[in-house]
Design a protein around this ligand. Sequence first.
Ligand code: GRF
Length: 192
Amino acid sequence: MSYRLLAFASGRGSNLQAIQLSIERGDLDAHIALIICNDEKAGVIPIFRDKGIEVRVVPHVGKTRQEHENKVLETIKDVQFDLVILGGYMRILSPEFIQSLSKPILNIHPSLLPAFPGLHAQKQALDYGVKYSGCTVHLVNEIVDGGKILGQKVVPVLENDSEGSLSARILEQEHILFSEVLNEIITNKILL
Ligand code: GRF
């Protein structure tokens, strides 16, 4: 049975697009059941609506974390899903929310965790002067970017890299890694 993905995004959604492409190519036995977005101006919204994939917007502005999360839970209560994927969802999930979703939650982060968690991971890597960085898909728990690592890809950091050039090199690998990890879960190569 096709895996039902509940996706969260806040921005352009290129990782979700890469996953959707894998699905369309027949490489992933899954479908995106719904996307939740917290920013009504996010680029991800028209891209997926044009494909006929439902996006529900739940703005966080003016709400406490708890109010926003409660609203999200109310918004998804009619939706069946097997797995939650965060594709650039710029919100920290409370432990209560994680528990309420009651399905595994995957996040993608643009560094080789546990190095450089949090915001601006690519800039952190450049500032530190590491020679290699990359991306990580991990399970979400109550520690930000701290859950079990499920997959990683390495890229070199080049002498004249800017934050933009390094981010672009990492993003290319993110687009491959997220689908690979999802496929390993769906085909039971990774047991959650
Ligand atoms: C990616 O770099 C991801 O690692 C981070 O947020 C960014 C989202 O990009 N968590 P996109 O919206 O998937 O294009």
